[in-house]
Write a protein that binds this ligand. Structure first.
Ligand code: UD1
Ligand code: CA
Length: 454
């Protein structure tokens, strides 16, 4: 049967105490809503509807790349009311799966089981047993064990409050049945809202048996209502990702101190030290070592590269056998060939470095093409910006740049040239030439320093 997903995401999320709508908060670098959307897509839904309301424009703009139908619920009159906004748009022949924008970790296997279960009677519900069910709607079962209704926490009697089987909110129903039950909802309850949970009672009254499914893990059904719950889910999710990487053969010095906010593909025998943060799409080659406290964003790290402690690599290509850091910063648009060494306090931006090039200490290399085997001395910098525009520095193969040199772009230093330490270079340099650009020293022999007056 064709499947439509509806993601409820109109609420504000008061307990987050945030100016951003709740579903905009991120978990592992992705918004809560995006997690749910991606899961719905992995379930191969024919159509995904997102009911939004609070911060509507902001939410839509942040999720432009979602191929969803956006339905606005201007006034948030309850979860049942939210579903009423879309039900007419969904073909009667579809199954509808209801998902929550603030329940980000529900698994696709659990949802598939829920969809399958609905096949039998047209209605299935995802429920779970919790040690502490406070705050959730409770599942009330009759003498034969069949579901009779759901009662919300605030409507529950003392005895009902003892029930530990809870409503996760997620359900699958045939669209025609659901439409019929939604028409029967009223706001005659403590909250004065149209509660989606009341459809269960209507289904039972019409003689439809509610199928129930349990999630594989109780973390899957946990919602984010405040920042503590968000942090709890983040840590849980990070640990799961770390465990998956270890199963693939990656060594993590401490799986509890590793954060992946994107996707990581790795070769064999990669080692990742503590407190490394990986963002976006990252690839790390065979036997590469990532030192402690590194941040790597949307980059490729070559085979056997060593990234030493406290280095930041952003949108860059690091070649095989490179040695980067400690304390190096490789910025967007940089591409380093094989065997490049970049040492401490070196910044590389929008530059290419040829095989075996080295800049080991305190340099800035910006908008440059650096040839093979070039040696850049300590403190040498490219002056790429004249206050208005950025200019290029081109350094040929086998050039030697002495320490503390200023290379004023636009500038070409041809292959094999040598720049003596302490130079300011503003004119192109011929191949193989030595350029010395420094003041003669003035020497005053037997110089007596002045003394402080007492
Ligand atoms: C809901 C269920 C409860 C269940 C719990 C599981 C109802 C009435 N109760 O309660 O049985 O145990 O989820 O987490 O369904 N939303 C809208 N429009 C609205 C109201 C809510 O889109 O008018 C959205 C919210 O943005 C949120 C979701 O629906 O993503 C759930 O709403 P919330 O108010 O958090 O419901 P709970 O009280 O948690
Ligand atoms: Ca909730």
């Amino acid at each position: 049967m064709p499947l439509s997903a509806v993601i409820l995401a109109a609420g504000m999320g008061k307990r987050m105490r945030s100016s951003r709508p709740k579903v905009m908060h991120s978990l592992a670098g992705k918004t809560l809503l995006r997690h749910v959307y991606d899961t719905a897509r992995r379930l191969s839904c024919d159509e995904v509807y997102i009911v939004h309301g609070h911060g509507a424009e902001q939410v839509r703009a942040a999720h432009e790349t979602c191929n969803a139908r956006w339905v606005e619920q201007a006034q948030q009159l309850g979860t049942g009311h939210a579903l009423m906004q879309v039900i007419d748009a969904i073909p009667a022949s579809h199954h509808v799966i209801v998902l929550y924008g603030d329940v980000p970790l529900v698994g696709v296997e659990t949802l598939s089981a829920l969809v399958d279960a609905a096949g039998a009677t047209g209605f299935s519900l995802l429920t779970a047993h919790l040690d502490n069910p406070v705050g959730y709607g409770r599942i009330v079962r009759g003498a034969t064990g069949k579901v009779v209704k759901i009662v919300e926490q605030c409507d529950a009697s003392e005895q009902e409050q003892l029930l530990r089987e809870i409503n996760t909110g997620m359900m699958v129903a045939r669209a025609d049945l659901l439409q019929n039950w939604l028409n029967l909802l009223t706001d005659d309850n403590v909250q004065r809202e149209y509660l989606l949970t009341d459809v269960v009672g209507h289904a039972v009254q019409q003689g439809i048996e509610v199928q129930t499914v349990f999630p594989a893990s109780s973390m899957e059904i946990k919602g984010v209502n405040d920042r503590a719950q968000l942090a709890e889910l983040e840590r849980h999710h990070q640990l799961e990702q770390a465990q998956a990487l270890m199963r693939q053969g990656v060594s993590l010095a401490d799986p509890a101190r590793f954060d992946l906010r994107g996707t990581l593909a790795t070769g064999e025998d990669v080692f990742i030290d503590v407190n490394v943060v990986i963002e976006g799409e990252v690839h790390i080659g065979h036997r590469a070592v990532i030192g402690p406290h590194c941040v790597i964003r949307a980059s490729r790290i070559g085979d056997e590269a060593q990234i030493h402690a406290h280095s930041v690599i952003d949108n860059a290509e690091i070649g095989a056998r490179n040695r980067i850091g400690p304390f190096a910063r490789i910025r967007p648009g940089s591409s380093l060939n094989e065997d490049v060494h970049i040492g401490n306090f070196v910044e590389v931006k929008q530059s290419t470095l040829g095989q075996g090039a080295k800049a080991n200490h305190l340099s800035y290399i910006g908008d440059s093409e650096v040839g093979a085997r070039v040696n850049i001395g300590a403190g040498a910098i490219t002056c790429n910006y004249d206050g208005v525009e950025k200019h290029k520095t081109i350094i040929g193969d086998d050039v030697f740049i002495g320490s503390n040199t200023e290379l004023i772009a636009p500038l070409t230093i041809n292959p094999g040239a040598t720049i003596a330490a302490g130079a300011t270079i503003s004119k192109d340099v011929e191949p193989g030439a030595l350029t010395v650009s420094r003041r003669e020293n003035r020497v005053v022999p037997d110089w007596k320093r002045g003394r402080k007056k007492t």
